[in-house]
Design a protein around this ligand. Structure first.
Ligand SMILES: O=P(O)(O)OC[C@H]1O[C@H](OP(=O)(O)OP(=O)(O)O)[C@H](O)[C@@H]1O
Ligand SMILES: Nc1nc2[nH]cnc2c(=O)[nH]1
Length: 187
C-alpha cells in the first residue's frame, strides 16, 4: 500500500529555507513531475479514509489543488480553492496563515453556513494553516466532515488534537538535511 508515495518520499531532495529543512516532492511541490500513478494511489487511498458525506471540497492553494481536482472528478463533488489573493467579493473571509517558513494571508470564498466540507491539503507541519482555516469555517457555520492531509511532519497534528480537531494523514515523516525518513504510513 502507498508504495509509490513511500518510494518517492525516500528519494525527495532537501533544500534549506532559513533553518527549515524543506523536502521537495511531487505531491507538495509538483516538482519533480507528478505522475498520474502517484496521484491515483494517493487519491484512492484518501477516499478510503474519509466519510463520503461532504458537499464541497476545500483545497488550500497551491498544492491542495491537484488533490482536490482528482477527488472532485472521482466523486462528482465541486471544490473551492482557498486563495492567496483577494477578490473583494461580498462575503470573502480573510485569514492569516503562518507556516514554519512563511507568513501570509488566505482568502475564503463561496463557503456558507450549513456546508459540509472535506478539507484536503498536501502537507501539515506546524498546523498553523489548518488552525486558522478551522476557526474561520467555524465562524461561517460550515461543518468539516473530514480533514485529510497527505504528508505529516512536525507536531501540527498533535497541536490540532489538543484543540479537538482531528486531522487524518497518509504518512508521517521526519526531515533532516540527509533526507526524508518514514515514521508511519497508513495501511
Ligand atoms: O502546517 P503548516 O506549518 O501551516 O504548513 C502547511 C502548509 O504549508 C504548505 O503550504 P505553502 O504555504 O508552502 O504553499 P504551497 O502549497 O503553495 O507550496 C502546505 O500546503 C500547507 O498549506
Ligand atoms: N514541499 C514542502 N511543503 C511543506 N509544507 C510545510 N513543510 C513543507 C516542506 O518541508 N516541504
Amino acid at each position: 500500500m502507498l508504495k509509490i508515495l513511500r518510494e518517492s518520499l525516500l528519494n525527495a531532495p532537501i533544500v534549506h529555507r532559513g533553518k527549515y529543512h524543506y523536502f521537495i516532492h511531487p505531491i507538495s511541490d509538483g516538482v519533480p513531475r507528478l505522475e498520474p500513478e502517484l496521484l491515483e494511489e494517493v487519491t484512492e487511498h484518501i477516499l478510503g479514509m474519509v466519510s463520503r458525506d461532504f458537499d464541497k471540497i476545500i483545497a488550500i492553494e497551491a498544492m491542495g489543488i491537484p488533490l482536490a481536482t482528482a477527488i472532485s472528478m472521482k466523486t462528482g463533488v465541486p471544490f473551492c480553492i482557498i486563495r492567496k489573493r483577494p477578490y473583494g467579493l461580498e462575503g470573502e473571509i480573510k485569514l492569516s496563515q503562518e507556516t514554519g517558513y512563511s507568513k501570509g494571508e488566505l482568502y475564503i470564498n463561496d463557503i456558507s453556513e450549513g456546508d459540509r466540507v472535506l478539507i484536503v491539503d498536501d502537507v501539515i507541519s506546524t498546523g498553523g494553516t489548518l488552525v486558522a482555516l478551522m476557526s474561520a469555517l467555524k465562524r461561517v457555520g460550515a461543518t468539516v466532515t473530514d480533514t485529510i492531509v497527505v504528508i505529516e511532519r512536525g507536531d501540527g497534528v498533535s497541536r490540532l488534537k489538543e484543540m479537538d480537531i482531528d486531522v487524518k494523514t497518509l504518512v508521517r515523516i521526519d526531515v533532516t538535511e540527509k533526507g526524508v525518513s518514514i515514521e508511519d504510513i497508513h495501511e
